[in-house]
Design a protein around this ligand. Structure first.
Ligand code: GTP
Ligand code: MG
Length: 508
């Protein structure tokens, strides 16, 4: 049994069997109950799933043309990040949404409900649709970024559920760096909106973060409306507070949608099944709003850039090699392509591409993918490495200038301020080594300032420091924002607080 050739599993109906070679279809195999171990069967199913499809590699230019045509005619795809203060109901809402759309089956839901009841917190039932990790289940808190796919009539959506806790903001940054649209969940119950909105609450910080990481569109779901009996006054008050705030964070009013809902009961999620006390509401359901979300134009023509958010040894049969995950910031990649990982000098071949939970012959800018690579070792790659075309690697730097927007900080920024520098999924220690100028409305109003206060736009020089225990500061892959918007985005944190965000101006 162990030596059944893989090709034997796929003998076409009516195909000619080669004498002397065992050829069986997978259903034949199952019917015979011959397998002596469950693992082997599972392995075979995995192989089948990841079997490389023979695809003729297209010329880059032809592929770009095809992708653009497909995009114009078909469903548009975007990545959605769900943010909001702790316990606002993010996981519950996403669980409910997936259930109503049909991605979570009735059976799973019952299982989740039973599990939650046993753990003594039945209201978490829907949250369990997403919070799948054992550890998270015990605590009822989201600690990792879960990704799921679902579809609305006109959109293909990759969902990233980010944790709301302060301690987990770095994980959220890595999620938001991969998102196009934000869904901000607000707890409408008495006192809870206020707790999230005040200084130190995550509502403000999340809005700043997602906007500075390039998210232009936001859908604000005012949740737990059942708790306030669908009071229009309560809803209007929250909207009135949020509107000017989101505008000041940089969200254009045409890219901001508000809606009331009750995630737990699933009201105004997929259906407009509003209770009588909510008849005042005439706007969209959550699914309507998602279905209309704008999809940004993708830089297909720019060179390939995939910052890695995860590297692991392939656990599936085909992936005896290395598996990596990340989002294509720009360009496209096809099965068979050779790619270079920077920093380092590793070249690998792309064996299999997995996008939207399925294998694909190619992937394009804007997609989140898992790639299975051959010709390299997992330990030659790291989270934060960027996959590039062999002849067009991303530049590496230790020093650069950036234009930053200073957030709502407690202590001003001065020359020598030590920060954690975030770019994509990684962070390195760095120093603000020079304050170059302050600008207002695009004009330099002061050069060589001594301090930067909150709300200022400034150009600064940043220098990467060596992490404790190593002598040489690392080189980090960066590009100017002009060259590549996503690769030129940085975020600065200090003592657990995000102090500024900005774009790379010049590599030094
Ligand atoms: P973190 O991941 O920890 O940041 O929390 P979260 O935003 O994912 O919240 P979660 O979905 O875990 O829900 C928090 C609590 O709010 C749970 O007890 C939910 O049952 C409750 N909840 C969520 N939606 C509703 C709702 O529409 N109405 C009411 N009454 N309670 C809700
Ligand atoms: Mg959660």
């Amino acid at each position: 049994m162990t030596s059944t050739p893989l090709s034997g599993l796929t003998t076409p109906v009516g195909g000619v069997a080669t004498p002397g070679v065992f050829t069986l279809t997978s259903s034949d195999m199952a019917g015979l109950h011959l397998s002596d171990s469950f693992d082997e069967d599972a392995l075979r199913r995995e192989r089948e799933k990841y079997r490389e499809r023979p695809v003729p590699t297209m010329k880059q230019a032809d592929l770009i043309k095809k992708v653009k045509e497909d995009e114009a005619s078909g469903k548009k795809s975007f990545s959605l990040i769900v943010v909001g203060h702790v316990d606002a109901g993010k996981s519950t809402l996403m669980g409910r949404l997936l259930y109503e759309i049909g991605n979570v089956t009735e059976k799973q839901k019952t299982q989740n409900e039973r599990g939650a009841q046993r753990a003594g917190k039945s209201s978490f039932a829907f949250a369990w649709g997403l919070d799948a990790l054992g550890d998270e289940r015990d605590r009822g808190v989201t600690i990792d970024i879960a990704t799921t796919h679902f579809e609305t009539p006109h959109r293909n959506i990759t969902l990233l559920d980010a944790p709301g806790h302060r301690d987990f903001i770095p994980a959220m940054i890595s999620g938001a760096a991969q998102a196009d649209v934000a869904l901000m969940v607000i707890d409408g119950s008495p006192g809870e909106f206020e707790a999230g909105f005040q200084r130190g609450g995550q509502t403000r910080e999340h809005a700043w973060l997602v906007r500075s990481l390039g998210v232009k569109e936001i859908i604000v779901a005012v949740n737990k409306m059942d708790v306030v009996d669908w009071s229009q006054d309560r809803y209007d008050d929250i909207v009135d507070d949020m509107k000017p705030f989101l505008a000041s964070a940089g969200f254009h009013h045409s890219k901001t949608t508000f809606l009331p809902l009750a995630a737990m009961e699933g009201v105004n999620v997929l259906e407009r099944d509003l209770p009588t006390e909510a008849q005042w509401y005439k706007g969209p359901t959550l699914v309507d709003a998602l279905d209309k979300a704008d999809v940004p134009e993708r830089p297909y023509d720019a060179p390939l850039r995939i910052p890695l958010s995860n590297v692991f040894k392939g656990q599936t049969a085909i992936a005896s090699g290395v598996a990596v995950q990340g989002r294509l910031c720009s360009g496209l990649v096809q099965v068979g392509d050779n790619v270079r990982a920077v920093p380092g000098d590793v070249v690998a071949t792309v064996r299999t591409i997995e996008a939207d939970e399925d294998t694909a012959p190619y992937a394009v800018a804007g997609q989140n993918v898992t790639l299975y690579l051959s010709g390299c070792d997992a330990n030659q790659l790291a989270i934060g490495s960027v996959l590039c075309p062999i002849n067009y690697p991303c530049p590496l730097v230790r020093r650069f200038t950036a234009q930053i927007l200073v957030f709502d900080i407690t202590a001003p920024i001065i020359t020598g301020t030590a920060v954690e520098l975030f770019h994509h999924s990684v962070n390195v220690p760095a120093t603000i080594s020079k304050l170059i100028s302050i600008s207002e409305k695009g004009q330099v109003v002061k050069t060589n300032p001594r301090v930067l206060q909150k709300g200022t736009t400034a150009t600064v020089e940043l220098t990467v420091r060596s992490p404790t225990g190593s002598t040489r500061p690392p080189l980090i892959p960066l590009e100017t924002a002009k060259e590549n918007k996503e690769m030129g985005r940085v975020l600065l944190r200090r003592g657990g607080e995000t102090i500024a965000a900005g774009m790379v101006m010049e590599l030094l």
